[in-house]
Write a protein that binds this ligand. Structure first.
Ligand SMILES: C[S@@+](CC[C@H](N)C(=O)[O-])C[C@H]1O[C@@H](n2cnc3c(N)ncnc32)[C@H](O)[C@@H]1O
Length: 191
């Protein structure tokens, strides 16, 4: 009985520590963590027509929902950028244990400090504020022809080429994304 109580206390303690770290990391590193749903990952990679000749940058790679699928199924080169160290450890472990490690780079750091001139595709599932801050950087560095796909949040001031309502995914093409809405908007998916 004493042992069960001790076990329960230990489980509660570990749970509380994990929750506290999650909240702490959310504030310190600027975002919480939620894996991109599989349907949204698929839509993002298909919308962006990702293929073997692409270099995909996943901004805020989390534990790799987008990174590993883009490399394994779509054969792209992928750079996963993540700021939170435990997630970086998980990403590196998954990279080491899985196939196509040579196509995957894991970068521990802040995606606002990265250079996007070699990106052909950018994927993001971030807060609205991050999308606003990213816009001038993407405009300055993305090569013509690059695609940006975002789950949940639009890029303010840009016009989406397409939007999939069921998965809440926006597709932008650079530099066409700067055109007025009437020229490029093409919603897809359900009502
Ligand atoms: C909603 S999760 C998305 C996870 C991932 N893209 C996926 O498909 O599962 C957002 C991630 O962005 C990371 N993040 C937030 N701000 C960041 C920054 N400035 N630089 C790098 N990573 C960041 C967070 O740590 C978190 O893991």
């Amino acid at each position: 009985m004493v042992l069960i109580t001790f076990d329960l206390a230990l489980v509660l303690l570990v749970g509380a520590a994990a929750a506290a770290y999650f909240i702490f990391a959310s504030f310190v590193f600027g975002a919480g963590y939620e894996p991109t749903p599989r349907a949204a990952v698929e839509k993002m990679l298909r919308f962006a027509e990702v293929g073997p000749s692409d270099t995909v940058y996943d901004l805020g790679a989390g534990t790799g929902a987008i990174v590993f699928r883009a490399a394994r199924i779509y054969r792209a080169r992928v750079v996963g950028v993540e700021v939170e160290p435990i997630r970086v450890g998980i990403l590196r472990l998954r990279r080491r244990l899985g196939p196509f490690a040579d196509r995957i780079a894991i970068h521990w750091g802040d995606f606002f400090h990265l250079d996007y001139r070699s990106a052909t595709v950018v994927t993001a599932f971030l807060w609205p504020g991050a999308m606003t801050r990213l816009r001038p950087k993407l405009e300055a560095e993305l090569p013509a022809g690059a695609r940006v796909v975002s789950h949940c949040h639009r890029i303010p001031g840009w016009t989406a080429t397409a939007y999939d309502r069921p998965t809440d995914v926006y597709l932008y093409r650079w530099p066409e994304a700067r055109a007025p809405p009437s020229e490029t908007a093409r919603p897809t998916g359900g009502s």
